[in-house]
Every structure is written in structure tokens, then in C-alpha cells.
Design a protein around this ligand. Structure first.
Ligand SMILES: Nc1nc2c(ncn2[C@@H]2O[C@H](COP(=O)(O)OP(=O)(O)OP(=O)(O)O)[C@@H](O)[C@H]2O)c(=O)[nH]1
Ligand SMILES: [Mg+2]
Length: 264
């Protein structure tokens, strides 16, 4: 697959891939409507059969009620949880709530840090049959990060370095991805903390992964929920994955970038 390929080029006679993308939310009232409208328009413009699942943890700012209202006009449903229960567990619960005939499951943050425009490429990668996992990647040619303070950049690079022995994927801590439902069959995902992408990258049976470059933007509205507790959770999560790896053989997991460069 190359960057020159038209977005959504799965435009063959075959039916479009059915997929569900989870948007975990806690106090995202400032941007959730714009994100849902943007994603819905993108699905329509590219002939994609996508469903959106917002998993809202009873946000005090009323995010869940906004999503319920939008459900009348857009392909979105809200799973309401009673209180703040964590990002990863939210994504996993959202996947369970997704329509059962979705062939692929994914996640995207609510704050526009993840550029929706690359979704057609992610879908095309899975639909091509060559890839079981498509990752929005900051760390392949064409990808990048805008507006992050030095402290966040360094934290991200250290987090990635610590996980590097686990996988050839470059953006190991990406929370923006789409994975074939089959690849999660029988996989036990640890719902700890913020890094559901790492769970999938390290444990799922996806065969090949494609890293699709995008430029990460710092959130424009709302507040970050990343704190030192989540950093501790990440270290705990990594420890558990390394312990598992000592017991089990790693899953098949080569990775390519969308520029076509083989990385492993
Ligand atoms: N349902 C749910 N969503 C959460 C929870 N914690 C965070 N989120 C959502 O997960 C996504 C990522 O959280 P952010 O606060 O943006 O974390 P971050 O991207 O690491 O931090 P920033 O760079 O400051 O944005 C956002 O859509 C949040 O609303 C939670 O406990 N429950
Ligand atoms: Mg964010």
C-alpha cells in the first residue's frame, strides 16, 4: 500500500468493511459534537460502513446527553457507565456493545488529537486482506506531533523505548487504531489504564500491522486526564505483558508503514 493510493480505495464490487470505532469520553462536551459530525461526514464521503460508539463515564459536563441527542441523526450510540472507570476498560466495553456484525473494531480519542482523515486508509488496509491491524502512527515518515510541550514528547519517547522489545511497531503507545475482530478472538485484554493500543499490539493475532502516518495535535478544548497514576498504570501494564511473554510465544506481528517501507 502506498501513500499515493486513493483514500477508501476499497471501492471494488465487494461490500464495504463493517467497522465500529469507540470514542471513550470523560468531560468532552466541548468537542464531541464536532467529532461525531466530522466522522459521519467522512464515512459518507468515502462510502464507509462505520459505526461510532461513545463510551461515556457519566461526565459531569453532560457529554453523554449530547451524544444521545446526536444518535437521531448520526451513526452513533452512547454506552453510559456510572462513573469514571478508565479509558481502556471503556474501549473494551464499547467493543462488546458494538454491532455484532462489525468485522473490525477501533478506537479514537474525543479531543481531535487523532486526525480522522486517515480512517479511510486504515479501513482500506484491513479490507485489502493484507493487514489485520491498522495503527494511526506519529512515528513513521509523514507522521508527527504538533504543539506538545517537551515534557510530553520525552515521556512519550521513554514510554515507547520501554515497550520496544515487544514489537516492531513504531508507535507502540498509539491509542488510534482499527483491528480485525477475528484478531481479538480468545485474547485476554488487560483493562488497566490508558494504553489499550499496547494491549492490542502486544497480544492480538493480527498477522501484519500497517502504520498509517498522521500528525497528532494537542487537545484544543477540555482537559487532559493523563496523570502520574496513569504513568504508574503503564509501567504495571508493561510488567504484566513482559511477564506473559516470558511464559508464552509472541503473536505474529510484523509491521509496515503506509509509505510501503518494511520495518520488520
Ligand atoms: N470513558 C472514559 N474515557 C476516558 C477516561 N479517561 C480518559 N478518557 C478519554 O480518553 C481519551 C484520551 O484522554 P486524554 O485526556 O485526551 O488523554 P491524553 O490524550 O493522554 O492527554 P492530552 O494530550 O492532554 O489530551 C479522551 O477522549 C478522554 O475523554 C475514563 O476514565 N473513561
Ligand atoms: Mg488527548
Amino acid at each position: 500500500m502506498s501513500d499515493g493510493q486513493p483514500a477508501g480505495s476499497a471501492a471494488t464490487a465487494e461490500a464495504p468493511l463493517k467497522f465500529s470505532i469507540v470514542i471513550p469520553t470523560y468531560n468532552e462536551a466541548g468537542g464531541i459534537e464536532r467529532l461525531i459530525v466530522t466522522l459521519s461526514d467522512l464515512f459518507k464521503a468515502n462510502g464507509l460502513d462505520g459505526e461510532l460508539i461513545v463510551v461515556d463515564d457519566n461526565s459531569p459536563d453532560g457529554t453523554g446527553a449530547i451524544v444521545d441527542r446526536l444518535g437521531a441523526d448520526y451513526p452513533v450510540r452512547c454506552l453510559h457507565r456510572p462513573g469514571k472507570m478508565g479509558l481502556s476498560s471503556g474501549v473494551i466495553d464499547g467493543w462488546k456493545f458494538a454491532r455484532p456484525d462489525s468485522q473490525a473494531l477501533g478506537a479514537i480519542d474525543a479531543d481531535f488529537s487523532h486526525d480522522p482523515a486517515v480512517i479511510p486508509k486504515m479501513v482500506a488496509a484491513l479490507q485489502s486482506g493484507g493487514y489485520g491491524l491498522a495503527i494511526g502512527s506519529r512515528y513513521v515518515p509523514g507522521g508527527g506531533i504538533k504543539n506538545w510541550p517537551l515534557r510530553r514528547r520525552v515521556t512519550s519517547l521513554v514510554a515507547i523505548a520501554l515497550a520496544k522489545p515487544l514489537t516492531p511497531v513504531n508507535d507502540i503507545t498509539s491509542g488510534y487504531f482499527l483491528v480485525k475482530r477475528d484478531a481479538l478472538q480468545g485474547v485476554e485484554l488487560d483493562p488497566i489504564g490508558f494504553k489499550i493500543g499496547l494491549e492490542v499490539i502486544a497480544k492480538a493475532h493480527y498477522g501484519r500491522a500497517l502504520e498509517v502516518p498522521y500528525v497528532f495535535q494537542d487537545r484544543a478544548v477540555g482537559q487532559s486526564k493523563l496523570n502520574s497514576g496513569e504513568i504508574a498504570n503503564y509501567l504495571r501494564q508493561l510488567g504484566r505483558i513482559y511477564a506473559l511473554r516470558l511464559k508464552l510465544k509472541p503473536p505474529g506481528g510484523a509491521a509496515d508503514s503506509a509509505a510501503g517501507k518494511k520495518m520488520a
